[in-house]
Design a protein around this ligand. Sequence first.
Ligand code: SF4
Length: 313
Amino acid sequence: MQDLHTSLLNESPETASTDRLSLMESRLPAMMELASNCRLCPRKCGVDRTADELGTCVIPFGPVYSSANLHFGEEPPISGFRGSGTIFLTGCNLMCDFCQNFPISHLRHGNPTTTTELARQMLELQEYGAHNINLVTPTHQAAALYETLLIAFKRGLNIPVVYNCGGYESLEVLQLWDGIVDIYMPDAKYGRDEPASRLSNAPDYVHHNRMALKEMHRQVGVLQTDDRGVALSGLLIRHLVLPGDYSGSEEVFRFIADELSPDTYISLMSQYFPAWRALEHPVLSRKVSRDEYRRAMEALERCGLSNGWIQPF
Ligand code: SF4
């Protein structure tokens, strides 16, 4: 797939767009089939999302979104100098007690729209100069977004697509994004099963996260930027350090270094604050200590991962 991806970048926008379009058109029925007996994420609820039945994520077919704006607060190659065309999707397939984005993910603040209207907004963001279309929390709305992007590509969208997800992904769905998504920006939230089960109600998070990271790396490889430092393609993994090492930082980094590549770009984040239900938790009800964050940075170094960004403490 790397070869196809590279060739897509090298071809004229018209040809690349045609290739993407035919890929998407041929795969759309498979994506709709996954939505109609919902297996869009590892929870496999089996509800018919195309008929707006609700599963664990409590979102109809979609799209349902909270905002679509130029965003300058992402990692430098994603925000670039003109901003990232960021679309915050409503809801989430994870149930993190400490969700840092709970008004949109858990309280589901947002508005239903149509695929045509959201495609129009993508094109508007491109016109405003966005470096990319950044789909935040897309997993549970993958089928609606597939339809949306198909419309947008047909109407001339030609900037990179960023899949900015929680990392609890279905391999079947990711395979349908192969050659469509340019930049994967997943979380690697946990390195151990017990915290994933207790804090996100996802006992199999680590397994699915690792399969997903491998697949994303296979599809797009290490992050590539242009000569201005703006991302063109590749993988960028986010890791939010949690108090009490619930995030299992060393286990996460060891896996990435050994099974993906030591060149993988990591965004290490110190910004955790007790939100949503975290205040009821004995350890999560505080911020990360300086010492805990230092240990995560040391683990990153021990694993030989030197590409990426370390958020200041
Ligand atoms: S996307 Fe939602 S409905 Fe579908 S399997 Fe996941 S949680 Fe269930």
